[in-house]
Design a protein around this ligand. Structure first.
Ligand SMILES: [Zn+2]
Length: 100
C-alpha cells in the first residue's frame, strides 16, 4: 500500500494488511468505521458514502499500534487519538488514485 513516507513512521512495522475496505477491498486510503464499536465494518470513503443513509455515523478508523493485532485492530476514538496518529490518518488519500 502507498502511504506517504513522512507519515508512514507512526505505524512502521505494524501489520496493515487488513486495514482495507471490507466492501470493495481498497487499501492505502482513509478507512472509516461505524461509531458503534460492535460493528467491525471498515469502509473506504466511496463505500461509506453509499452506506451512510442506511447506518448512523462513520468515524475515522485510526488504528492503535499494538504489539499484536492478529485478532483485529483496536481503534482510537478520534478525540483521544495522539496527534501523530491523527496526522497519519489525515495523510491517507480518500481514493486509490490520490486526493488527500
Ligand atoms: Zn470501498
Amino acid at each position: 500500500m502507498k502511504i506517504k513516507k513522512s507519515i508512514d513512521s507512526y505505524l512502521n512495522g505494524f501489520d496493515l494488511s487488513s486495514y482495507s475496505c471490507k466492501s470493495c477491498g481498497t487499501s492505502g486510503v482513509k478507512i472509516w468505521r461505524n461509531f458503534f464499536p460492535e460493528d467491525k465494518n471498515l469502509l473506504c470513503n466511496k463505500c461509506k458514502e453509499k452506506e451512510i443513509k442506511l447506518i448512523g455515523s462513520w468515524i475515522p478508523a485510526i488504528p492503535v499500534k499494538t504489539s499484536n493485532n492478529e485478532g483485529g485492530y483496536l481503534f482510537y476514538s478520534f478525540d483521544s487519538a495522539p496527534s501523530l496518529a491523527k496526522k497519519w490518518w489525515k495523510g491517507l488519500p480518500n481514493s486509490p488514485n490520490g486526493t488527500t
